[in-house]
Design a protein around this ligand. Structure first.
Ligand code: NDP
Ligand code: 2IT
Length: 447
């Protein structure tokens, strides 16, 4: 078995060159899925996994735009259309200076499994740009988004590929992207998700990833007859996912003590209550300032520069910032401090070694492709509402989101439980996600 996995990974590495994040995502899947494939005759001789690691289409394009001082700027835009076996390509757009092919391919690959887990008919894709939104004026953001869409529009569509937000792409950016698409195509369609409520968006979509991550933690804790009440929670990030993970945690009676951004983390031993969270939301979403400002407003808290929050004692950790933000030493520290549950809000925030530590200690650990799937699931619900030309209420969407998170949890249990009752959520999510896509690919033949 080891040999089979190794020769598969060697081949993928050889074909893809230096793409460390993509290889990390592929390795984690190969290690759990290849042993499953070996046991199932229907998949033999079909090279399904080799087909799945090859994007169906990769688009790379130039984005030119004029900044406020009149200078012409050039960025690179991408869309990876990874797999469309079970539905149109679906996945976010990331605007961040670190964006490159390796990062987008890892995200697109994870998205295929995640979207399959949601129970909804969505294929997987991801895109973005190395554009850095930090410090840009609203007009510069608009000009960049319009430039980006002036090429992307010809590759997407409500039945082809439906992008959404990710790091650096929120409601403001989706608005500018949607406006340009509509202008170019003369069509009002559900081509993007995360839209504003008055122009085709879904209630709960902004909240969905963070809420879903906490609902997944709730499901995991319930297997131990436990819940979130009075739990100490450490959260990283202070963007979309982190904010709503914090909001739901507070609503369920937990005490959130940290949040962070790329400059460091804040620690509030008294807890970030809903009033203080409102301050953070305004700081990040409206004023677009650094999280350290929190400590000026609330002097009983501290700001720790250039560090991640994992050394703070907690019961539950919710990494909600970015990939590989939690390493093996962080995992060891969390475990020493008594952490019993990690639910990933970000995509692949824990390094491979860190995941191994959590699994060795047999704590509750959920990989992002399962625990953060509530965001894209609610995007799927937005697509459904757009097709119906109808809007569900907040309560209706939230109920559907909760049900989907429970379904995903059940799938992980079905494919990830061992004989002693331990659930390997990584294995469960990978195999459950794989089966649906693989079966569709088999049915559709070699295309
Ligand atoms: P936002 O842009 O709203 O927020 C990102 C947060 O993470 C910010 O606090 C940002 O700090 C921090 N961050 C970003 N990059 C780094 C870095 N390299 N080092 C340290 N901190 C960093 O993005 P989201 O909240 O939407 O996304 C967060 C994570 O969740 C990502 O991994 C994304 O892929 C994942 N995700 C998002 C979904 C969604 O619906 N939005 C759905 C599923 C997963 P700063 O402001 O300083 O950059
Ligand atoms: O990583 C993700 O699942 C997202 N950024 C959300 C994708 C979506 O299409 O809503």
């Amino acid at each position: 078995m080891e040999d089979k996995i190794k020769s598969f990974l060697d081949l993928v590495r050889e074909r893809n060159g230096d793409e460390p994040e993509f290889m990390q995502a592929v390795e984690e899947v190969a290690e759990t899925v290849i042993p499953y494939i070996v046991k199932k005759d229907i998949y033999h001789g079909k090279n399904i996994l080799l087909r799945m690691v090859e994007p169906e289409r990769v688009i790379s394009f130039r984005v030119c735009w004029v900044d406020d001082s009149g200078e012409i700027q050039v960025n690179r835009g991408y869309r990876i259309q990874m797999n469309s076996a079970i539905g149109p390509y679906k996945g976010g757009l990331r605007f961040h200076p670190t964006v490159n092919m390796s990062i987008l391919k890892f995200l697109a690959f994870e998205q295929v499994f995640k979207n399959s887990l949601t129970t909804l008919p969505m294929g997987g894709g991801k895109g973005g740009s190395d554009f850095d939104p930090k410090g840009k004026s609203d007009n510069e953001i608009m000009r960049f988004c319009h430039g980006f869409m002036s090429e992307l529009f010809r590759h997407i569509g409500p039945n082809t590929d439906v992008p959404a937000g990710d790091i650096g792409v929120g409601g403001r950016e989706i608005g500018f992207l949607f406006g340009k698409y509509k202008k170019l195509k003369n069509e009002f369609t559900g081509v993007l998700t995360g839209k504003g409520i008055s122009w085709g968006g879904s209630l709960i979509r902004p909240e969905a990833t963070g809420y879903g991550t906490v609902y997944f933690a709730q499901n995991m804790l319930a297997t131990k007859k436990d819940d979130l009440k009075n739990k100490i929670i450490v959260i990283s990030g202070s963007g979309n996912v982190a904010q709503y993970a914090a909001e739901k945690s507070i609503q369920l009676g937990a005490k959130v003590v940290t949040m962070s951004d790329s400059s460091g983390y804040i620690y509030d031993p008294e807890g970030i209550d809903s009033e203080k969270l409102k301050f953070i939301m305004n700081l990040k979403n409206v004023e677009r300032k650094r999280v350290s400002e929190y400590c000026v407003k609330y002097p009983n808290s501290i700001f720790v520069k250039d560090e991640t929050p994992w050394s703070i004692k907690c019961d539950i950790a919710l990494p909600c910032a970015t990939q590989n933000e939690l390493n093996i030493n962080d995992a060891k520290t969390l475990l020493e401090n008594g952490c019993i549950c990690v639910s990933e809000g970000a995509n692949m925030p824990s390094t491979k070694d860190a995941v191994n530590e959590f699994q060795k200690a047999k704590i509750l650990f959920a990989p992002g492709k399962a625990s953060n799937a509530g965001g894209v699931a609610t995007s799927g619900l937005e697509m459904t509402q757009n097709s119906l030309r109808y809007n569900w209420t907040r309560k209706e969407v939230d109920e559907k989101l909760k049900d989907i998170m429970t379904e995903i949890h059940n799938s992980c249990i079905e494919y990830g439980s061992d004989n002693n009752g331990y659930v390997d959520y990584v294995k469960g999510a990978n195999i459950a996600g794989f089966v649906k896509v693989a079966d569709a690919m088999l049915a559709q033949g070699v295309v």
